[in-house]
Design a protein around this ligand. Structure first.
Ligand code: PXP
Length: 251
């Protein structure tokens, strides 16, 4: 049976490159690369959704990018966001298909750990309810910790995205023990009726080591695809990732 694993392509770092030069001249005719062109190419290559993270510090994706992509892309839009009133208001206006709630810390280079859903139940529940009532399916980006999986189900999220950063950044016995935690979290989440997604640090090389994890529905992958795109082009980089994903054993 072919794998049904879906790919969300995170295009944040296409915008990182644009912002590095044009942060203060976004209306310059030279402002490039175009996030929309990148998203459309990713879709042409087979991506099932486009993922973007509108950070409070606006280091890459800008508000206008969110609304442009919302209007123009053909697949689904997945907005990653921290739990703040400012970003929630934008999400309610833009109506992405999916929201992934993430922790956000101004100093971090990238999202460093999972969201503490168990420790912030009430604040997160209000946001999840507001978004779900608006037709947006909400995911919680969490470490593979049973307490966080249970808390995500309890506050009404539809999905969890398991943080694969620890898996991706270790090898050998440490990676194997993280795979065991991911397996258990995926099984628990599935038993609680959650859709199981995963993301962070995934590459064409490390993905096969993730395959023992059951019930995966969608992967969100950014940095590796954008990095490969520099050498082989974005469509080829997306296709290369999809080819590896096709080897996920359907479960
Ligand atoms: N999923 C979430 C929730 C993230 O915050 C990120 C990083 O922006 C990713 C997936 C993608 O991670 P990477 O860029 O390492 O593929």
């Amino acid at each position: 049976m072919p794998s049904n694993l879906l790919l969300g392509v995170n295009v944040d770092h296409v915008v990182t490159l644009r912002q590095a030069r044009y942060r203060q001249m976004l209306d310059s005719p030279n402002a490039a690369p175009s996030v929309l062109a990148a998203a459309l190419l990713a879709e042409q290559a087979g991506a099932h959704s486009i993922t973007i993270h509108l950070r409070a510090d606006r280091r890459h994706i800008q508000d206008a990018d969110v609304f442009l992509l919302r209007q123009e892309i053909k697949t689904k839009l997945n907005l990653e966001m921290g739990n703040t009133a400012e970003i929630l208001a934008i999400a309610l206006k833009a109506k992405p298909d999916f929201v992934c709630m993430v922790p956000e810390n101004r100093e971090e280079v990238t999202t460093e750990g999972g969201l503490d859903v168990a420790g912030q139940r009430e604040a997160l529940k209000a946001t999840v309810q507001a978004l779900e009532a608006h037709g947006t399916r909400v995911s919680m980006f969490i470490d593979p910790d049973p307490a966080q999986v249970r808390a995500s189900a309890e506050i009404g999220a539809s999905m969890i995205e398991l943080h694969t950063g620890t898996f991706a950044n270790h090898i050998g016995a440490e990676r194997a023990s993280e795979v065991a935690r991911l397996q258990a979290a995926a099984a628990l989440g599935k038993s609680l009726g959650l859709q199981i997604n995963a993301g962070h640090g995934l590459t064409t090389s490390n993905l096969p080591d993730l395959w023992p994890v059951p019930h995966l529905a969608e992967l969100n992958i950014g940095h590796h695809i954008v990095s490969r795109a520099i050498f082989i082009g974005l469509e080829a980089a997306v296709k290369e990732m999809l080819a590896v994903m096709a080897t996920y054993p359907a479960k």
